[in-house]
Design a protein around this ligand. Structure first.
Ligand SMILES: Nc1ncnc2c1ncn2[C@@H]1O[C@H](COP(=O)(O)OP(=O)(O)OP(=O)(O)O)[C@@H](O)[C@H]1O
Length: 327
């Protein structure tokens, strides 16, 4: 089995909410006990609705945020408590690409300066040739080194964001909604670039997205997140073809089938993800699931290990409801 790049063990991230002094302190359970392994060469798609905790998990995994509890291992080393300068070698192995390239690139810095920053953080002065090579890797020409972010299109800005992340030659890129701010036509180009870089550089990815159609194009494995936990995880083809959990089924039912004339039955999820301040007991989907029954208020579906490996499928207690009778 290939090398383990990232291992999250029962990771929790709670945010304190400061209210009026006479009110009880509350915690937002943004991530509430996640286990996830990413191996060399793998692309793991982390999907879920808005507010399910994907971005928070991505930030904990890259050590931009400290976990409240649990363990973060990068390349087999426990880095949960590592801070300050000692984080440098870790940042070399794992880098983040952000959703909004407009916001994540400093408008007052030229592309050359932006690409130099991660080198400088490692105490290295990059040569012009190194910076040009980075630009070329993402399909941009040398002449762009002197230009500023506002001179680029959204897709080009995201390419610069990717080049910046590549500068320290990481093993793993955690991409948080890397294409959701882009036009559909440009989305495919950026996803193709990520796939090409994976093949050329042997990169691994965690690809965070709320759009399952985006993840479908590139992920080997899919982890479905809901209310701070991973509720289903498995090989992409299996999760797409035979989702074990009704929630995954509902999410997938919104993804168009690439064959002309074929349509899925649409399962509409009602309401929003419940608040992670006081999450419902029992099955976390019960307020929205089309199969919910009384027992769901007290029992949580278990994640069952898939024989012989680290993946898990969610087990729901209830079989599919019978199809409506034809008259
Ligand atoms: N700094 C913070 N302080 C308090 N609550 C936070 C903070 N950051 C995130 N949250 C809350 O944690 C929960 C998970 O947020 P997160 O951004 O991780 O979800 P997400 O799945 O990435 O959603 P989106 O796709 O909309 O970004 C949300 O309820 C959010 O309001």
């Amino acid at each position: 089995m290939s090398e383990e790049l990232l291992n999250l063990k029962d990771v929790k991230k709670y945010f304190g909410l400061r209210g009026a002094p006479w009110r009880k302190a509350q915690a937002v359970r943004a991530v509430d006990g996640v286990n996830l392994v990413v191996r060399k060469g793998e692309t793991v798609g982390l999907v879920g609705e808005s507010g399910s905790g994907k971005s928070t998990l991505a930030r904990v995994a890259t050590r931009l945020l400290d976990p409240t509890q649990g363990r973060v291992e990068i390349g087999g080393t426990d880095v949960t408590k590592v801070r300050g300068r000692r984080l440098r070698p870790i940042r070399r192995r794992i880098q983040m690409v952000f959703q909004d390239p407009q916001a994540s690139l400093n408008p007052r810095q030229s592309v050359g300066t932006i690409l130099s920053t991660p080198y400088r953080a490692q105490g290295i002065r990059p040569t012009r040739a190194q910076l040009v090579e980075l630009l070329e890797q993402v399909g941009l020409a040398e002449q762009y080194l002197e230009r500023y972010p506002h001179e680029f299109s959204g897709g080009q800005r995201q390419r610069i964001g990717i080049a910046r992340a590549l500068s320290v030659k990481p093993d793993l890129l955690v991409c948080d909604e890397p294409v959701s701010a882009l036009d559909v036509s440009v989305q495919a180009q950026v996803l193709n670039l990520l796939a090409d870089l994976r093949d050329e550089l042997g990169l691994s990815y965690v690809l965070v997205a709320h759009d399952l159609a985006v993840v479908r194009q590139v992920a080997d494995r899919i982890a479905v997140m809901y209310l701070g936990t991973i509720v289903e995880e498995g090989p992409a083809a299996e999760v797409y073809e035979a989702p074990a959990h009704p929630y995954t089924k509902a999410l997938l039912s919104a993804v168009p089938v690439p064959e002309p004339g074929v349509e899925r039955d649409r399962i509409v999820l009602t309401g929003d993800v419940p608040t992670p301040i006081d999450p419902p007991s029992g099955c976390p989907f019960r307020t929205r699931c089309y199969k919910a029954q009384d027992v769901c208020a007290t029992q949580r579906p278990v994640l069952e290990p898939v024989a012989g490996n680290t993946e898990h499928r969610a087990a729901c207690y209830f079989p599919e409801p019978p199809p409506p009778e034809r008259t």
